[in-house]
Design a protein around this ligand. Structure first.
Ligand code: ADP
Ligand code: MG
Length: 322
């Protein structure tokens, strides 16, 4: 049973221009027809180079950004149709952890208040004692202690700060968390610890994750299934083993060739991936978006958008020659 189902999701950001009177002169096609689903308790890794539209997808799945078109179902219900009460529940059950724990934590709030805020606002606890008990339990789950409750964010290391952000996401007892590059700002030595924390929490709580990263080594470590994104579209979507052992799309193949061997957690693939830059999502290439950088591209790739098809059971690809 899928907890999240995304169908033909699109986000076109308008570009304003005009000298005297503002008018819309074009669109950034940040997300352009993306479909996937996430089952209860599983991790879908969303991977792609910077600018491919990953964060925009993540924000839309939580209704933190409106979609231009498409459908998003949470536990079978369209999130766009939620009434006030359903929206409140959704805000508790679906959470987000961002890349930068320095920016996402309020520097003037002690940890107890940062984590307890949601409990207070939504009246999830009867009194302060119950609140403290709940906060402490959550804090211990992410590897922090009672003595940390009264401290401010600047008193913690980057890794500890990300643990605090995770505790804040957990305290409302979510079923689904979007993790947007949650280890990318951390020291390499700390990254693996935080990834293992995500795994432990998932096992203990049955959480589902949308795990966003440009780092294939990280994606491989954490994901059950993987979706590969390029210029607003999915290129390939399959189980982790299929993606890493038998990638079908030339873009996925090129990404995998670019991973340094042996794997080094935290090693960056970005910028050494594939020659040339990602084209602009304002004027994306005709046909297949990847044809300008694809070593296998033929004439048809410039003319026709490849069909999104299931070439093996639960293995989808958009390529004329896969
Ligand atoms: P990623 O997370 O994969 O790096 P993003 O989703 O952040 O990619 O961005 C995808 C594209 O959408 C980029 O070209 C980016 O510049 C553009 N974009 C993102 N947010 C906005 C916005 N609020 N307004 C206009 N363009 C945006
Ligand atoms: Mg991003």
């Amino acid at each position: 049973m899928s907890i999240l189902q995304v169908d033909n999701l699109k986000k076109y950001f308008p570009i304003e221009g005009g000298l005297l009177f503002k008018k819309i002169i074009g669109h950034v096609k940040a997300v352009d027809g993306v479909s996937f689903s996430i089952n209860k308790g599983e991790t879908l890794g969303l991977v792609g180079e910077s600018g491919s539209g990953k964060s925009t997808v993540g924000l839309m799945t939580l209704r933190l950004l409106n979609m231009t078109d498409g459908d998003i179902l949470f536990n079978g219900k369209p999130i766009s149709s939620f009434d006030k009460e359903e929206m409140k529940q959704f805000r508790l059950r679906a959470q987000m952890v961002f890349q930068n724990p320095f920016a996402s934590l309020n520097p003037r709030m002690i940890i107890r208040d940062t984590i307890g805020r949601v409990l207070k606002i939504h009246g999830l606890v009867k009194n302060d004692d119950e609140m403290d008990e709940h906060i402490l339990k959550t804090l211990e789950e992410v590897g922090l202690k009672r003595e940390h409750l009264g401290r401010y964010p600047h008193e913690f290391s980057g890794g500890q700060r990300q643990r605090i952000a995770v505790a804040r996401a957990l305290v409302s007892n979510p079923e689904f968390i979007v993790l947007d590059e949650p280890t990318s700002a951390l020291d390499v030595s700390v990254q693996a610890q935080i990834l293992n924390l995500f795994k432990t929490l998932q096992e203990n709580r049955g959480l589902a994750y949308l795990f966003i990263s440009h780092n294939l080594a990280v994606i491989r470590h954490i994901s059950d299934r993987v979706a590969v994104m390029y210029l607003g579209k999915l290129m390939e979507y399959a189980s982790k083993d299929s993606i890493f052992n038998s990638p079908k799309h030339p873009y996925t193949q090129a990404l995998l060739r670019s991973i340094p061997k042996p794997f080094i957690a935290g090693e960056d693939i970005e910028d050494k991936v594939i020659k040339g830059d990602i084209p602009s999502p304002v004027n994306p290439p005709s046909g297949c978006g990847f044809h300008t950088r694809c070593s296998m591209a033929k004439d048809i790739c410039k003319r026709e958008v490849p069909e999104w098809r299931e070439i093996e059971t639960k293995h989808w690809v958009a390529c004329h020659f896969a």
